[in-house]
Design a protein around this ligand. Structure first.
Ligand code: PRX
Length: 636
């Protein structure tokens, strides 16, 4: 790829994939296949579904009888684990490496598909013996250790759904999710390693179990070995359970319906309560495997490393399900990219011969700070493709990633998607000429629009709301226990047209390339993590000193956004540096360190509309020293 010199506007700055990439690519042409996929949507997806292994074939590809509650492959019976594991056991992949895992302290574990199946089956039997069955939701709260992936797959195998709570979340976040899912079983670990320190997950889990009373059984993996509190009758060690006779390595895979719930994954929205996004066995299997195979050009000899956490959708779809369905060898790493030194990732790539690296702009910017010498010390020549996800990637980081990590030889797949979409929606293919900072064009079968409030396409180059016009197999089916909120959040604004509102704004350039600008609601992205201002605000007001609060973000060079909080104190409290520190810690304790505000400013009043809504826009403008805009709706 050649870096085009000069000062041309970004829209005209093309990077062309190297010949070795285009020559060997799984998909050699975009335009005609895209047209085919749009004109023959159901046929396209049916052909993709044929690649999977079904217990019973579907009757109908797409059931549109009750929009927006679309159903895919109805009548079909399929289990994602049957595709991600079982079917590989009948051919040479049985002995292929499925998982290469490395812990932060440097310990390693490797599983072939055969070995992975044994672990999943054993745990599946343990869960069954505890009464877990189809329709139950098991909550999983673990560091990034193999047992996390084994737990998810074990649940799916026996037909139960999982709800993974990111190991960086804390007490209130975990308790709320357990309660919403009404989980009776919690799978956790004593702790994990992060930057040389132990994260004390079991203590957080214990406190969360006190707040939400639904958990009857808690199984704990011994990872760090530090002392933890275990309660009689409730707490069991994972290794004890796995050594019981009940933990037989033979476990039948449940023949789930295509539309049976595979998992619920909680994600932040515009209110304080996170939404439980529901995905299913059938459509999600088809969508994650197709997107992974096409966009990352997956070959059997690849070593695929998605350096996300399984606790987020990126990890669900592209550490675990998509890649395992495709029979890939996946790499997982437990800890921080810069521990003990900033070469940790580059060392991993060299050591395991990683061929594709998929990560976030924040991680790239973070590693970029340490300079080129760190990656340059390592042989990164095994890499052939790179990927980015989670937030817009700024051209500077894109170019560094391309030049220093990819040696100008690895196209970057900047994939735009969401928890709700299940998989990539707007993304290049390895053959696509790239523009740094643009996610390029829609994936096959996906129709997008950049529109105004009335639904008219905005002019080329102008900012508008990004909508998705037609259903796709990987789409969220509903919000757990709250179908009305599902309709209200995503399908109300463009009800007439039947479009899905993404909550992002974007513009499209004259070449049809999409440039994502960012969220236009109260969802925020910090280091690529998704949070809601309302969630942070409700954590703030749960502190005894605070009566009212507002949270906003301001741009941050490293993390994309930084969180600033404003709080009104209750009578009898006075603002101080010490109180600020205490409040920041409190938010971190309730939600997790990722939600810790960078600053808390104590104020007398907050700008509000006459109807009492906090005008975060005004706070943000002030914080950034910008014009406060139209203040006519501001309360006196
Ligand atoms: O704002 C977009 C941003 O992340 C949001 C979705 O967050 P989440 O559900 O946590 O999923 C993240 C991983 C898929 C989107 O609404 N986003 C995601 N990918 C990109 C992005 N923004 C710009 N470019 C991307 N590639």
């Amino acid at each position: 790829m050649s870096e085009i010199p000069g000062n041309k506007p970004l829209e005209t700055e093309f990077y062309y994939p190297p010949e070795k990439t285009t020559k060997n690519a799984n998909i050699k042409e975009y335009d005609s296949l895209y047209r085919h996929s749009i004109e023959n949507r159901e046929k396209f997806w049916a052909e993709r579904a044929e690649k999977l292994s079904w217990f019973t074939k579907w009757d109908k590809v797409l059931d549109e009888s009750n929009p927006p509650f679309y159903k895919w492959f109805t009548g079909g019976k399929i289990n994602i684990v049957h595709n991600a594991v079982d079917r590989h056991l009948t051919n040479w992949r049985r002995n292929k490496i499925a998982v290469i895992w490395e812990g932060e302290p440097g310990d390693t574990r490797i599983f072939s598909y055969h070995e992975l199946n044994r672990e999943i089956s054993k745990l599946g039997n343990v869960l069954k013996s505890m009464g877990v069955k189809k329709g139950d939701i098991v909550t999983i709260y673990m560091p990034q250790i193999p047992e996390l992936l084994i737990s998810m797959l074990a649940c799916a195998k026996i037909g139960a759904a999982h709800s993974v709570v990111y190991g960086g979340f804390s007490v209130e976040a975990l308790a709320g999710r357990i309660e919403d899912a009404n989980s009776k079983v919690l799978l956790t670990a004593d702790g994990g390693y992060r930057r040389g320190k132990i994260t004390d997950l079991k203590s957080i889990a214990n406190e969360a179990m006190k707040r939400s009373a639904t958990i009857e059984t808690c199984i704990t993996v011994k990872r760090t070995g530090h002392e933890v509190v275990m309660e009689n009758d409730r707490d069991f060690w994972y290794h004890d359970m796995m050594s019981l006779p009940i933990a037989s390595p033979v476990c039948e895979t449940e023949k789930t319906d295509a539309e049976d719930m595979l998992f619920v994954l909680y994600t932040s929205g515009t209110t304080g309560k996170p939404k439980g996004i529901v995905h299913t066995h059938g459509g999600y299997s088809v969508y994650t495997s197709t997107t992974h195979e096409f966009v990352f050009d997956i070959k059997d000899e690849d070593r695929w490393w998605c350096a996300a956490d399984p606790g987020w959708i990126t990890g669900h779809s592209y550490i675990i399900y998509g890649p395992l369905i495709n029979g890939s060898t996946i790499v997982m790493y437990e800890g921080a990219p810069n521990h003990p030194y900033p070469n940790r990732w580059w060392q991993m790539i060299e050591k395991y011969g990683v061929s594709i690296l998929y990560t976030s702009p924040t991680a790239i910017r973070g590693l970029m700070r340490f300079g080129e010498a760190w990656p340059n010390r390592h042989d990164l020549s095994s890499l052939r493709l790179l990927g980015s996800v989670g937030e817009p990637i700024n051209p500077e980081a894109w170019k560094w990633y391309s030049r220093v990590i990819g040696k100008n030889n690895c196209p970057i797949m900047d994939t735009w998607w969401q928890t709700e979409t299940g998989g990539f929606m707007i993304t290049p293919l390895p053959i696509t000429p790239l523009k740094p900072g643009s996610a390029t064009k829609p994936f096959f079968g996906i129709e997008i629009g950049v529109v105004d409030d009335a639904g008219n396409e905005v002019k080329t180059g102008e900012e508008g709301k990004l909508v998705l016009k037609k259903p796709w197999p990987g789409m969220a089916r509903t919000i757990h226990k709250d179908p009305d909120r599902f309709v209200e959040t995503y399908w109300k604004d463009f009800k007439k047209q039947g479009w899905y509102k993404t909550g992002d704004s974007a513009r499209m350039d004259k070449d049809g390339y999409v440039w994502i600008i960012g969220r236009i609601d109260d969802v925020i992205k910090v280091s690529g993590y998704r949070l809601g201002t309302a969630e942070i605000e409700s954590a703030l007001v749960s502190h005894p000193a605070i009566s009212e609060a507002a949270a906003i973000t301001v741009p941050d060079e490293l993390r994309g956004n930084a969180i600033h909080a404003y709080a009104i104190l209750r009578n009898g409290f006075t603002g101080s540096k010490q109180l600020e520190e205490e409040v920041r810690k409190h938010v971190s304790h309730e939600i997790g360190p990722i939600a810790k505000p960078d600053s808390v400013t104590f104020v007398e009043t907050l700008p509000k509309t006459r109807s009492g809504k906090i005008m975060r826009r005004v706070l943000k403008a002030r914080a950034m020293g910008l014009d406060e805009g139209d203040l006519t709706t501001l309360e006196e």
